[in-house]
Structure formats: structure tokens, C-alpha cells
Design a protein around this ligand. Structure first.
Ligand code: HEM
Length: 160
């Protein structure tokens, strides 16, 4: 059960950040100001209402499962999680809320684009960190090369 919760929450969190990031880039390049404002509003609701619980659930279920796990991969995932959570809660959430307010007021000025740049950098950072956690999670589950399958402790002794 915790693994199933972890799997769903982790993929949902990753998909949210990837969708917010790519739709923001596309709409900034191709969309009208009204479309930008509409997207900013959708990112706040329902977007953040999905992303924030998904990150919390992925971290919580991961830490719960990690109680009985040791090793380099689980340690790396544990170390990344505070950065993912802090970046999400302290940068992405406030940026999304302020950008939504400014866009709905039609304030597409220098501060708007500066904050938009901050949000994109923070989003890219979280995508990268979450991607590393997915990779290490799949390795730990033995579903990706470089994990359990290649761990020398689990391989038969090599012939001389
Ligand atoms: C947003 C952050 C995270 C993402 C995106 C993520 C992603 C994943 C994925 C995709 C899997 C593979 C699930 C499967 O078998 O289908 C996994 C497994 C796992 N993750 Fe995470 N994870 C995150 C955070 C954490 C944290 C903070 C920990 C705690 C150290 C953790 C511990 C684990 C454990 C113990 C497994 C199970 C490995 C096994 O089945 O042997 N994860 N994770």
C-alpha cells in the first residue's frame, strides 16, 4: 500500500511540475495575455491543490518506506526531499499566487517577467531533483539498470 501511494503521488507531482512548466513556456511564446492570465489562474486552482498534497504524500510515503531501508540510493533520495519541498512551498507556490494576481490585473511588466523567470528556474530545478528521485526509486525497486539488478552484493560470485 505505501508503495502504491508513493508511486501515484510521485508521478502526479512530477507530471504537475512538468505540465506547469511546459504550458507556461508555450503560452508565453504563443498565447495572448488573456490566455496567460487563464493559465496562471488554472495553475493556482486546481493546479496547486493537486501539486502540494502530491509532494507531501510522495515525501511522507517515501520516508515511511525508507524506515527499513539502508543504502546510498535511499540516502540520496532523503537528502533531495527537503530541497524539493522547500523549493515547492517557498518558491513555486508563492510565485504561482503572485503571478496569477498580477496577470489577472493585466500587469505584464518587468516585475512579472522577472518573477516568471524565477518560477521557471525553480520549476526546472524541481523537475531535475524529482527526476533523480524517480530514477533512484526505480533502481531501488530493481526496475532500472544500476539498481538491485547490478548490485554486486546480489550477484552470484564471479568465477576466477
Ligand atoms: C518527489 C519525490 C520522490 C519521487 C518523485 C519518488 C519516486 C519514486 C519512484 C518512481 C519509485 C519507484 C516505484 C515503483 O516501484 O514503481 C520510488 C520508490 C521508492 N522511493 Fe521514492 N520518490 C520520491 C521521494 C522519496 C523519498 C523522500 C524517499 C525516502 C527516502 C523515497 C523512498 C523510496 C523507496 C523506499 C522506494 C521503494 C523502492 C523499492 O520498491 O524497493 N522516495 N520512488
Amino acid at each position: 500500500m505505501p508503495l502504491r501511494v508513493h508511486r501515484i503521488a510521485a508521478i502526479l507531482a512530477l507530471l504537475c511540475v512538468a505540465t506547469f512548466f511546459s504550458s507556461t513556456v508555450l503560452i508565453e511564446l504563443l498565447g495572448s495575455p488573456a490566455a496567460v492570465a487563464q493559465l496562471k489562474s488554472l495553475i493556482v486552482a486546481p493546479g496547486l491543490w493537486v501539486l502540494v498534497p502530491a509532494i507531501a504524500l510522495a515525501g511522507g510515503s517515501g520516508l515511511f518506506m525508507a524506515r527499513s531501508r539502508r543504502g546510498r540510493l535511499v540516502d540520496a533520495k532523503k537528502k533531495r526531499m527537503p530541497f524539493i519541498a522547500a523549493n515547492g512551498l517557498l518558491v513555486l507556490v508563492p510565485c504561482a499566487i503572485v503571478l496569477d494576481r498580477w496577470a489577472s490585473a493585466g500587469a505584464f511588466d518587468a516585475p512579472f517577467y522577472a518573477l516568471q523567470a524565477v518560477e521557471l528556474v525553480a520549476g526546472a530545478l524541481n523537475l531535475w531533483l524529482m527526476g533523480l528521485n524517480v530514477r533512484d526509486g526505480l533502481r531501488m525497486a530493481g526496475r532500472l539498470r544500476g539498481g538491485r539488478g547490478l548490485d554486486p552484493r546480489t550477484l552470484p560470485p564471479s568465477k576466477p
